[in-house]
Design a protein around this ligand. Structure first.
Ligand code: GRF
Length: 312
């Protein structure tokens, strides 16, 4: 199946949730594939399992400082082509800049019914509180620990005889059910036109002086009050295309791009001969390329003052 979302899993230990994701990814119609299993610990048992299953692995060298560790991990994750990160028993708090760089594309599984019992010892805390129901949650990772929007939860009954270990073992069964489904729904959600527009908007609005407006029913972005540099088009007049339309330096560059990559680039209708090019957002989207193209287009129209701002 082409166009599956590429997911890297981060682990620190056993990796049973990683295994649940991996085996789910091998079922027909699973919308994600595991492109890398990475760990901050070279001896994480889950790495051996991933290797045996023929999945690429990466272990950060021991003794790195936090910033170095995350820079190293980030390098490996990017090189793997991962679009999403799934934390599965990854026992590190992510630095703010790492979370921002993967903006809304990291998910985690936590063994409690969030917002209850963030952090560690969740099962002992549930038992101490005499909760009748425990469970697990999958959530989007934000810079706050165990705090992002919850994507899904499974409740697990607490038995009178439960110890933290026996409860953990049952919650783990629920985790293995929940994580693949929540991740599948999450990556599918990312493929909707609304999600693509949201991502284009993030990129376009990150440029100095950016302003959003609408033209011919398309969301578009211009330098405040001035020239347009990016349009988002979704099935315009029923053409079936989802794309960003950006400026190139002119018809030559436009023709060259279309020549080189006719599956991705196209000449948009109604834009005249001025060198606008469409970049399709269908599957296997290279968002770095989208980001570069939007920025290049912005540079072509931005007044010098703003362009200088961006260099700093
Ligand atoms: C799981 O209970 C998960 O919820 C928590 O850490 C544990 C990891 O277990 N975040 P495993 O490595 O996936 O087996």
């Amino acid at each position: 199946m082409t166009g599956r979302a590429k997911v890297a899993v981060l682990i620190s230990g056993r990796g049973s949730n990683m295994a649940a994701l991996l085996y789910a990814s091998r079922l027909p119609d699973c919308p994600f594939e595991i492109v890398l299993v990475a760990s901050d610990k070279a001896d994480a048992a889950g790495l051996k399992l991933a290797e045996a299953e023929g999945v690429a692995t990466f272990a950060a060298p021991a003794g790195l400082k936090r910033a170095e560790l995350f820079a190293t991990l980030d390098g490996a994750l990017r090189a793997s082509g991962a679009e999403f990160l799934a934390l599965a028993g990854f026992m590190r708090i992510l630095p703010y800049d790492f979370v921002t760089r993967w903006n809304g594309r990291i998910v985690n599984i936590h063994p409690s019914l969030l917002p209850k019992y963030k952090g560690l010892d969740t099962h002992a805390r549930a038992l101490d509180a005499r909760d009748l129901v425990a469970g697990c949650s999958v959530h989007i990772v934000t810079a706050e620990l165990d705090d992002g929007p919850v994507l899904g939860q499974v409740e697990v009954a607490v038995l009178p005889s439960d110890t933290p270990d026996s409860l953990a073992a049952r919650v783990l069964i629920a985790e293995h059910q929940l994580y693949p489904r929540a991740l599948a729904a999450f990556v599918m959600r990312d493929r909707t036109p609304e999600a693509k527009l949201a991502r284009v908007r993030d990129l376009a609005m990150a440029l100095p002086g950016a302003e959003e407006t609408t033209s011919h029913g398309m969301a578009c972005f211009r330098v405040a009050g001035g020239k347009m540099y990016c349009y988002f088009t979704e099935d315009h007049h029923g053409d079936g295309i989802t794309a960003v339309i950006v400026k190139t330096s002119g018809p030559d560059e436009q023709a060259q791009l279309i020549d080189q990559d006719p599956d991705i680039y196209y000449r948009p209708a109604y834009f005249g001969p001025s060198g606008w090019v469409g970049l399709k957002l269908h599957h296997d989207i290279d968002w770095d390329r989208v980001e570069d193209r939007i920025a290049a287009s912005w540079s072509l129209v931005a007044p010098r003052k703003l362009a200088m701002l961006r260099e700093f």
